[in-house]
Structure formats: C-alpha cells, structure tokens
Design a protein around this ligand. Structure first.
Ligand SMILES: CC(=O)N[C@H]1[C@@H](OP(=O)(O)OP(=O)(O)OC[C@H]2O[C@@H](n3ccc(=O)[nH]c3=O)[C@H](O)[C@@H]2O)O[C@H](CO)[C@@H](O)[C@@H]1O
Ligand SMILES: C=C(OP(=O)(O)O)C(=O)O
Length: 423
C-alpha cells in the first residue's frame, strides 16, 4: 500500500486536462475480448485498474500494450484459463469478464469482484440477465460459474429491477453475439454505456437505445475492429477537479470535459455560488469567495453521481450553514466522514444522511482513503488544511485518478506518493 503526503494551505492555479473515463475503460477492456481482431483505444487513463485488467488479459493469452494513452489489445489467441484472483479482487469491473467470456466462449468462471467498499454491492441483476439469456448460473463460495455451453445464448426480454450500470453492461456484453434480439428495460443511462455501445457498434454490433432506459441488442456473429476508439473524458475526475477548484483554486481551467455529462454536478456548484464558466469542452472556475449550503441527493444518471458526492463534500465545508448529502445509491458511502472529523471538520452522519457544517479551519492529520472517492475528498481537504496530511491506503485513489501527482503538481501542489512499508 502507498500513502499520499500533501502540504496543506496551498492555493492551486493553472490548467488540468481530464483523462479517459475509468468506468468506460474498465468496461471497454473486458469488451475487447469479444473482438475477432486486435482493437486499439486512445485516451486510456493511467490508473491502477487498467494495469490490473492487463494482468487479467495476459492470463488468457491476450497480449496488450499501453503507452502514452494508447492501448492495443490482441484477443485473437485467447484461451480459457483460470483468472488471477488477486487482480480480479483489486477492482470492481473484473465482473465484466462474466459477460464478455460468456459472449466469447458461452461460459465463464469468475471469482467475486473487489472494488470500492461502499456498502452492499449485490450482482443479482447481472445473474438474472445471464439466466434470461439461457445461461446456467451457480455459485460456490467466492466463485460464480456461468454456462450456456451446450445450448448457446439466445435473445431475451430483461427488465432490471434496479437501475444498474454493471448489470446493463454485463447483459450487453453477453448478448452482443447471442442468437436473436435482447431487450433491456429499466437500463442504466450512464454516458459510459453509450461509449461501450459505440465501440461495439463500430465493430459491427447492433445495439440501439444506449443512453435511454430501453436498449435493444440484435446478436451478430463477428466483431471486426477497423478504427481506434477514443474513450470519453472522465466526468468524475472532472467533477473532482472542479470541486478542488472551488475549495482551494485561485482560478483553474479544466480541459477535456463533456459539460452535458456533468449538468447535475455543475448546477449544484452554481447553487453553491461557484461562478462556473463553460466554454465548449472547458470549464473555468475562478477564485470563490463565498458559498451557500446546499442539499445533494444522488441518483442514477442524469442525476447527481454517487461518485461525486464525496469530492464535493470537501468544498461544502466552506459553505455558510449546513449542507445535507443523501446518497440514495450507497447510503453507507460515508468513509470520508470520520476521517474528515480527524482533520477538524464539522461533519457527521446519521441514518445514511451526511450533515456538513461550515468549518473555519481544517488541520493536517493522518487519515485513511477507505475507498477511491473518500480518498479524493480527503485529498481536497488536505489542500484546505493547515499543516501536512498523510493519506494512507492511497492505492485506492490511484485506482481511478489518471496521472494524479503530475496533474496536481502542474496546479502548484506539493504532493508525493510514497510506499507505506507499515501496511
Ligand atoms: C466500474 C463502474 O462503472 N462502477 C460504477 C458503477 O458500479 P456498479 O455497476 O457496481 O453499480 P450499479 O449501478 O450496479 O449499482 C447501483 C445500485 O444498484 C444496486 N444493485 C446493483 C446490481 C445488482 O445486481 N443489484 C443491485 O441491487 C447496488 O447495490 C446499488 O445500490 O455504478 C456505480 C453507481 O453509479 C458507481 O458508483 C461506480 O463507480
Ligand atoms: C465506486 C467506484 O468504483 P468501482 O465501482 O470501480 O469500485 C467509483 O469509481 O467511485
């Protein structure tokens, strides 16, 4: 494990450019094994999840290269092999190999994924989808066995009881080469799902309706890649830097944003009193002198993203009055609260609701990044604080923030990541 050391009391200024979306990338890489040719991505973020996915690919004899944001994956010599459980456990999205291996080999054996510890994360809707497509699913201890080996997969009508990004993507991956037509109702509408559908459609898949709550997939036999797929910008990374800009910026320009992906977030920032200046694919946040308390309720896209709840919370400490944060998707996503209190923050949670009161001054402390976005929140708080903050379990942050130290240093931050031998 690593720790991140931040010298507090700094004002940040300058420009930052957002990388490709983690939640697209971690679906696109497993999706690549469905292709009958090598595939090429650009704008691939340099994050731990990507490196762990490359280890998983290699275990199946799928060679990949990653340099300067360009990743080439060659799935043409893929073999069925046991997947490395340490890498599978290191991230959530390893569960996409359930769907993509099922699509490719009509069967898959995958241990339960890891990822952020943000409360219960069942996969019942994924399994319901696989079963509807004709697969037999069994679970033994930590492993899920999925097979349609004898009869193959066939199109089906699937109504998701819960709006789930993961289940929507996993059903797409399994259905894209199935016989016949699959319809997913109550599908998630996240931009990363559209990105995945565009990648697959450009190879010959027939996926219609991605981005709406009804997705229709007509199975095809072959997927042939002829062009590089450019991954959409990471709206969560963008929101994190915007929140940082509101909290400690003396004028920060954030480049490579699709503003439509961030409307629920930027409208909350405007309510806070932040003078968000949108210009094409850039957003400038000038120095903020005053903020007013707000209420935040998370919900599936296009609602306010759960992944931005914590990064915004750090800025809420500067607002006048009491802000209230309700994470309806993950009510137990409160790992930042106790840690912020160690830094002197007036924040508490009760019954899944977070109450954030104005805090004049934060103080550097040793705090733990219990999960990626809790870590992002603590990182912003560390810049706001006096003294030095040490964030342990910083690997959780590195799971999803592209070239983090480089980007922060460019904004003028004094920050370093060191190995934590005590962990
Ligand atoms: C790799 C990736 O893209 N991760 C994102 C994805 O996670 P992930 O895909 O795991 O999250 P889901 O959209 O599936 O979860 C949404 C809600 O549905 C529930 N649920 C989900 C599946 C299921 O079978 N049964 C069930 O009850 C979950 O407990 C949660 O309350 O969406 C989350 C919600 O926007 C984000 O926080 C994560 O960053
Ligand atoms: C919850 C998150 O990620 P994952 O689903 O990969 O654990 C996140 O990115 O905030």
């Amino acid at each position: 494990m690593k720790k991140m050391i931040i010298k507090g009391g700094q004002r940040l200024t300058g420009e930052v450019t957002i990388g490709g979306a983690k939640n697209s990338t971690v679906a696109l890489i497993p999706a690549a094994i469905l292709a009958d040719t090598p595939v090429r991505f650009d704008s691939v973020p340099d994050i731990l999840d990507v490196h762990n996915l490359m280890i998983i690919l290699e275990s199946m004899n799928v060679h990949s290269t990653f340099e300067d944001g360009v990743m080439v994956i060659d799935p043409t010599k893929i073999v069925e092999n046991p997947l490395p459980s340490k890498a599978i456990k290191s991230l959530r999205a390893s569960y996409y190999f359930m769907g993509s291996l099922l699509g490719r080999f009509k069967r898959s054996t995958v241990t339960f994924p890891g990822g952020d510890n943000i409360g219960p994360r069942p996969i019942d809707q994924h399994i319901k989808g696989f079963k509807a497509l004709g697969a037999n699913v069994t679970e033994n201890e930590d492993t899920v066995y999925i097979s349609a080996y004898e009869r193959g997969l066939h199109g089906a009508h699937i109504f998701l009881d819960v709006v789930s990004v993961g289940a929507t993507i996993n059903v797409i991956l399994a259905a894209v080469k199935a016989q016949g037509i699959t319809t997913i109702e109550n599908a998630a509408r996240e931009p990363e799902i559209i990105d995945l559908a565009m990648f697959l459609n450009n190879m010959g898949a027939k996926i219609r309706g991605a981005g709406t709550d009804v997705i229709r997939i007509e199975g095809v036999d072959k997927l042939i890649s002829t062009a590089t797929h450019t991954i959409i910008p990471d709206r969560i990374e963008a929101g994190t830097y915007l929140s940082m800009a509101a909290a400690v910026g003396d004028g920060i320009l954030v480049n490579n944003i699709i503003p439509e992906h961030l409307e629920s977030f930027t409208s909350k920032m405007i309510e806070l009193g932040v003078d968000i200046q949108i210009d094409g694919d850039k957003i400038f946040v000038p120095k903020v002198s005053e903020m007013q308390s707000i209420e935040v309720n998370t919900s599936p896209f296009p609602g306010f993203a759960t992944d931005l709840q914590q990064p915004l919370t750090a800025s809420l400490l500067k607002a006048t009055g009491q802000s209230v944060v309700n994470d309806h998707i993950y009510p137990e996503r409160v790992k930042h609260v106790l840690e912020l209190r160690k830094m002197g923050a007036n924040i508490k949670h009760a019954d899944g609701v977070i109450y954030v009161d104005h805090t004049d001054q934060l103080f550097g402390a040793e705090v733990e990044a219990g999960e990626i976005r809790a870590g992002a929140c603590l990182m912003i708080a560390a810049f706001m604080a006096s003294g030095t903050t040490t964030i342990t379990k910083a690997d959780n942050i590195l799971r999803g923030y592209d070239s983090l130290v480089k980007k922060l240093t460019q904004l003028g931050a004094e920050v370093s990541i060191v190995s934590d031998n005590s962990l």
